[in-house]
Design a protein around this ligand. Structure first.
Ligand SMILES: CC(C)(COP(=O)(O)OP(=O)(O)OC[C@H]1O[C@@H](n2cnc3c(N)ncnc32)[C@H](O)[C@@H]1OP(=O)(O)O)[C@@H](O)C(=O)NCCC(=O)NCCS
Length: 158
């Protein structure tokens, strides 16, 4: 099944459902102990940027956070409901935020991948992103099973 649903902007009422989806999808990030996010963090992000949701028949399938930073767009916390991963939902969400960022005047799009998750690099490369740098990972949660974790920056011209 491909990504047929509709995409809409999230509101404060969506926060609990986004937190559930993100925490479930990010169980894949098992080298960091604890939940990926919580309602408080999501509400703080919503003051700076926007979450978009993909829904099918009222069910939340995917979410993505995006921010416009001058001429650069940023997206993060991309989460696809586990049973729907690999069916084009991630691509659809990324294309949506790229389109919106371009309309907002952005020339580049940025994202970050945590270094232990090398399996994500080919996915983003397939969507046109290239490694553009690295930065320190500021994290309050303990790491498990990895000695090193930093952010790999990836960028794409829009
Ligand atoms: C990572 C994630 C967001 C990707 O979303 P998805 O819906 O599973 O991905 P899609 O099905 O849209 O695939 C995107 C593209 O990557 C390609 N792809 C997928 N796995 C790949 C792999 N191992 N190697 C190369 N390309 C791959 C797909 O073929 C697709 O390209 P296509 O449309 O040209 O066929 C999703 O799997 C997820 O939620 N994972 C858990 C949370 C997470 O890790 N978020 C990202 C943190 S940075």
């Amino acid at each position: 099944m491909s990504a047929f649903g509709t995409i809409r902007m999230a509101t404060d009422e969506d926060v609990p459902a986004i937190a559930r989806l993100v925490n479930e999808a990010f169980l894949a990030e098992d080298f960091i102990v604890g939940d990926r996010t919580n309602a408080e963090q999501l509400r703080e992000l919503m003051r700076k940027g926007t979450f978009f949701l993909l829904e099918e028949a009222g069910a939340l399938i995917a979410s993505i956070y995006t921010e416009v930073r001058g001429e650069r767009g940023y997206f993060g916390m991309l989460a696809v409901e586990p049973s729907r991963q690999g069916t084009g939902c991630g691509r659809r969400m990324i294309e949506e935020v790229e389109r919106r960022s371009k309309i907002a005047g952005c020339r580049m799009m940025d994202l970050k991948v945590l270094s232990p998750r090398t399996n994500l690099l080919p996915i983003y490369q397939k969507l046109g992103y290239e490694i553009s740098g690295r930065e320190e990972f500021h994290n309050t949660r303990p790491l498990k099973g990895v000695t090193e974790c930093y952010c790999i920056l990836m960028s794409k011209a829009l």
